[in-house]
Design a protein. Structure first.
Ligand code: ARG
Length: 230
């Protein structure tokens, strides 16, 4: 439809980093997942904006892509952290997570706490809070950085590394699909937000309004039931 008295709708571009099931998934050529469907629902409910399309990046390229103007919003299960808030802004939180430690299913290495990872080869995706846990909470670990958690899980299955640290809902999804299992969970109390530029306060309010609407009208719960078993 055409513009209203208050002006045309503004088309925005979203960025994500697939390979993080069930939040962002590539099924053949199709990009899907909880974040993808949730952001699309939010923008439909957000006053003044439409979605022009999606672009894909490695996770640690998303913030530069946003600040450089290649994309307008990040939907990538991105944890709201003080460090990231130095550079970008976030919407209200839309999901909560802790970090889980994945090991080979039925393997000999069965750690029960973070300290048990000392001296081991531990993988995470570059630029994530999982990497931060490995680097900051452990002193004598052999950190293996990956562009995608899919590659880290493959290396774990193949015995090239001993454990992978990643967001609990994603760890549980890999455990259901691949030859890996959750050894234990380390509580970090993270909250995900959609990332926007610091000067984008109109977009921020519109997305927050859209998020509140989909939470009130049942769309959010429907998507949660669709993408998460529990
Ligand atoms: N929540 C974690 C973080 O913010 C991991 C996010 C990884 N997301 C992705 N789409 N690969 O660092």
């Amino acid at each position: 439809d055409g513009g209203t008295a208050s002006g045309e709708e503004q088309a925005i571009v979203a960025g994500t980093a697939p390979g993080f099931p069930p939040f962002e998934i590539k099924e053949g050529e199709e990009l899907t997942g909880f974040d993808v469907e949730l952001l699309e629902a939010i923008i439909s409910a957000a006053p003044g904006y439409t979605l022009e399309g999606w672009q894909e990046f490695e996770f640690d390229s998303l913030i530069p892509a946003l600040t450089g103007g290649n994309i307008d919003v990040i939907a990538a299960a991105m944890t709201i952290t003080e460090e990231r808030q130095q550079t970008i802004a976030f919407t209200d939180p839309y999901y909560e997570a802790d970090q889980s430690i994945l090991v080979r299913a039925g393997g000999d290495f069965q750690p029960g706490q973070l300290g048990d990872l000392e001296g081991q080869a531990v993988g995470a995706q570059n630029g994530t809070t999982g990497e931060q846990v490995v680097r900051e909470e452990l002193s004598d670990v052999n950190y293996n950085g990956y562009g995608s958690y899919v590659l880290a899980v493959t290396d774990l299955e193949n015995g090239n590394i001993d454990a992978v640290v990643l967001d609990k809902p994603v760890a549980e999804t890999f455990a259901a699909q691949r030859d890996v299992e959750v050894a234990f969970t380390y509580e970090t109390g993270e909250e995900y937000g959609f990332g926007i530029r610091q000067d984008a306060s109109d977009l921020q309010s519109a997305l927050n309004q859209g998020l509140a609407t989909v939470q009130e009208d049942g769309t959010y719960e429907e998507l949660r039931n669709e993408w998460f078993s529990e």
